[in-house]
Ligand binder design. Sequence first.
Ligand code: SME
Length: 148
Amino acid sequence: MNYRIAEQKIKGILTKSKSTTILQDVVDVLHESFEKYSWVGIYRVKGDVLVLGPWKGKQATEHTKIPIGKGVCGSAARSGKIEVVADVSKDSRYLSCFRSTRSEIVVPIKKKNRVIGEIDIDSDVSAAFNKTDELFLEKIADMLRQHI
Ligand code: SME
């Protein structure tokens, strides 16, 4: 399944669905569309904490609340910049969730330059995320702005 098809599916969800499951539906599409997206979750910014919303993957994470500034997720929330970690074992900020995770990408969702949430994806594949993933997920993050 390619990026274009996933984007169209997500556009469809966001334009047609008025339901409260929008974010879960988007997470599900991302997870099922790319095998290397082993765990997909959306965090929302609530004050100075990131709170886990919908997610899809083999296991639940213990990190359902992450202070802004902590971990890879908290770093992206603080800076507003995308974080790509090719090898999580080499990043001292990394908060471990799953033993199988090798790489991670965190894409901030912003409204008027303020971070309101983020897409977090863990991969069981080393260095799974390339420029295409970055551009694709930035586009999806932008589409989610109104739905956080
Ligand atoms: N690894 C993240 C924590 C969230 S889990 O990956 C789902 C981090 O370092 O912030």
